[in-house]
Design a protein around this ligand. Structure first.
Ligand SMILES: Cc1cc2nc3c(=O)[nH]c(=O)nc-3n(C[C@H](O)[C@H](O)[C@H](O)COP(=O)(O)OP(=O)(O)OC[C@H]3O[C@@H](n4cnc5c(N)ncnc54)[C@H](O)[C@@H]3O)c2cc1C
Length: 407
């Protein structure tokens, strides 16, 4: 077995949305710095973003940040870090426009304005859907990786990081191993950014990479963690994998029980079907317990003109969609059974808006830092992870100016 030793200025643990954005911003502000992204998955795969729909929340005119913060205080039942949300939302439009500049396309209406889908019955929060349903996230990854290649950011795949290195109380690198041939790796760095995804354990189809090892290694090094008491619940078709209910619900989709009754009004009188998945999931379970299951998904109220937003045009969802069609099942025509599901246990590093943790030399970005109590609105994650990655990358570039070289 071989031992490899890589010296860099900034080590980014995880090449998902947050890690890629951190590298992008840091390389923009510190073009001479050596930046290395290490991921346990394939190089440049982009983490969960590869599978994402590409829907993006952003505060665009005439909306304003204060109104969105108010919406999130309500939506998170008060468990909202208001200052952090404000910092994130202030920068959301810039990241959306960056994606457009990189070549990503969002859905436009005939008059050229951007199409949006209001989220979860909230007054202001809305997502902007990617032009190509089923490929939006994959194209985001490709486009941002192209930027990193132009800036010579080093990217290494298939290395699982297992331990942080510390010297004189300061985080100064990490250890890991090659998941294919078992070789050991040591990375020495002046700044380490943890962008390695959610702290919890995988439970659902789409969350195979969150396995919690970064939480373990940062905790062992003395980092403060937060939100580990939360879990995220969701609802899924029983027979196949699908993503996109955050777009389907606001456009009129709803769950109905075995009696054909759209029961959500009983559990969520204000927002009805278009509410937080914690409520729909709980209500589904209660209906089933009361003998009114199974629960099916009713798409009959969705207008024809909106179906273009929902039918996958490529990627893994098209694969699923075609397989279903071959079995004679059409998601948009037939009623499908959906089940309550827990997607992932939650939590992450505690950090300020710029990603500073309690450990010197360690920054945190994206879902590795648990920004909310596991309550999801469509487009929220790609927005928050890009903004927080960008901010952590900027912070790393600033820190480099004050830190000695790594020998
Ligand atoms: C099917 C699906 C559809 C989605 N659609 C949308 C959408 O349309 N809009 C939206 O806003 N959000 C969407 N999301 C959510 C969004 O994609 C993710 O929340 C976001 O991309 C997470 O980014 P991240 O960088 O914080 O974490 P991740 O994407 O989880 O990236 C973390 C990276 O770190 C690596 N890693 C972890 N541990 C280690 C380790 N020990 N050593 C080395 N590497 C490690 C992982 O391999 C991974 O690549 C979707 C998610 C899924 C699964």
């Amino acid at each position: 077995m071989n031992m490899h030793h890589i010296t860099t200025d900034v080590l980014i643990m995880g090449g998902g949305s947050a890690g890629l954005w951190a590298a992008y911003r840091c390389s923009e502000l510190a073009p001479e710095a050596r930046i290395c992204i290490v991921d346990k998955g394939p190089r440049d795969w982009g983490g969960l973003m590869t599978m994402a729909g590409g829907d993006f929340e952003a505060v665009l005119p005439p909306d304003n940040v204060d109104e969105w913060v108010q919406d999130f205080i309500y939506y998170f039942d008060g468990l909202c870090d208001q200052d952090l949300m404000e910092e994130i939302l202030k920068r959301s439009a810039d990241r959306l426009h960056d994606y457009e500049r990189f070549g990503c396309e969002f859905f436009k209406k005939e008059d050229g304005s951007m199409k949006y889908v209001p989220q979860r019955g909230l007054d202001h929060v809305k997502l902007y859907p990617a032009q190509l349903k089923g490929r939006g996230g994959e194209l985001m990854v490709k486009n941002i990786v192209r930027q990193l290649k132009q800036r010579s950011v080093e990217r290494v795949g298939r290395i699982l990081l297992t331990e942080l290195q510390q010297q004189d109380g300061r985080v100064c690198g990490a250890l890991g191993f090659d998941t294919i041939n078992g070789d050991f790796y040591r990375f020495d760095a002046r700044v380490v950014i943890a962008a390695s995804g959610m702290g919890g354990w995988k439970t659902s189809y789409g969350k195979n990479t969150p396995t919690g090892e970064t939480m373990q290694m940062t905790y062992e090094a003395g980092a403060v963690l937060q939100n580990l008491e939360f879990a995220r619940v969701w609802n899924m078709p029983r027979l196949f994998g699908w993503e996109g209910q955050t777009v389907l619900m606001p456009l009129g989709a709803r769950f109905v029980n075995a009696e054909g009754e759209p029961f959500m009004e009983r559990y969520s009188p204000v927002l009805g079907s278009n509410t937080d998945p914690h409520y729909t999931t709980m209500a589904m379970s209660m209906e089933i317990r009361a003998g009114r299951g199974p629960i099916t998904f009713d798409l009959s109220r969705i207008q024809q003109e909106n179906l273009i937003l929902l039918r996958p045009q490529n990627g893994w969802q098209k694969l699923n969609y075609d397989k279903l069609s071959a079995l004679g099942l059409d998601l948009f025509r037939d009623s499908t059974e959906w089940v309550p599901q827990m997607t992932v246990s939650y939590g992450g590093l505690r950090a300020d808006a710029w990603g500073n943790t309690n450990l010197e030399g360690l920054l945190a970005a994206g879902t590795a830092r648990a920004t909310e109590p596991g309550v999801y609105a469509g487009g929220f994650a790609l927005m928050t992870t890009s903004v927080l990655g960008h901010m952590a990358g900027e912070n790393a570039a600033r820190l480099l100016q004050t830190l000695p070289e790594v020998k």
